[in-house]
Design a protein around this ligand. Structure first.
Ligand code: FFO
Ligand code: ATP
Length: 180
């Protein structure tokens, strides 16, 4: 299947996911994340502000702050499809990207090699391939990122093998957490 078609199909599927199912699966994903030594040992984490169809990240951000971790959010650069991470603290103002996602202002401390990166996406295979929203931001970023990556996947986001053509630019993640 073409990635573009897969994305459209997946967005429609996620929009229809019952809120209760989503909340229950998210609760399981959060618990598993918080148990991971990779999480517990990370002093800095990279994460996004989620859109409604994605795994809600606000609880993760707030827990990370409580755990005394530094939280970094990406700022996207559409001209080059690059992305850089800037620190996000509770009082910080965010600005909306062209894509409608809140992003940090670039005057915050920058850190691209965060200790743990939580990678967003629409579809994941059990063998750790992913399809995102199609900006190519994460594929480019992951090509130079050297720390561990984890994905939190709702059941509706998971397939056993890629149903799309994996491209030369696609980057595997290190761990796909699925609901228990
Ligand atoms: N919550 C969240 N924040 C995130 C991401 C994400 O997946 N989730 N990103 C993850 O990368 C980055 C922003 N991602 C973007 C992805 C696509 C386009 C974009 O322009 N898409 C095209 C459609 C491309 C296609 O369908 O082939 C468009 O809308 O015209 C922009 C930003 C950074 N922040
Ligand atoms: N490292 C790279 N260098 C050049 N082009 C790239 C690179 N990575 C991805 N691209 C291009 O960016 C576009 C989007 O890539 P792809 O369809 O894999 O996005 P995605 O994985 O869904 O999105 P994202 O990585 O932002 O979540 C494609 O045209 C792809 O060829």
């Amino acid at each position: 299947m073409k990635k573009k078609e897969l994305r459209q199909q997946q967005i429609a599927k996620l929009r229809q996911l019952p809120a209760l199912v989503k909340r229950q699966e998210e609760a399981s994903l959060y618990q598993q994340l918080w148990q991971l030594p990779l999480y517990q040992q990370a002093a800095s984490i990279g994460i996004t502000v989620s859109s409604p169809i994605e795994v809600a990240t606000q609880p993760i951000i707030e827990q990370a702050w409580r755990d005394q971790k530094q939280v970094y959010l990406p700022r996207t650069y559409p001209a080059t499809h690059e992305m850089h991470f800037f620190q996000y603290q509770a009082a910080d103002q965010l600005s909306k990207s062209d894509f409608g996602i809140p992003e940090p202002l670039p005057d915050r401390p920058q850190l691209d090699q965060v200790d743990l990166l939580i990678v967003p996406g629409l579809v994941y295979s059990t063998d750790r391939w992913r399809v995102g929203f199609g900006g190519g931001y994460y594929d480019r970023f992951l090509a130079q990122y050297q720390q561990p990556t984890v994905v939190l996947a709702l059941n509706a986001m998971t397939v056993t093998v890629p149903v799309w053509q994996v491209s030369q630019f696609d980057q595997q993640v290190d761990l796909v957490v699925i609901p228990k």
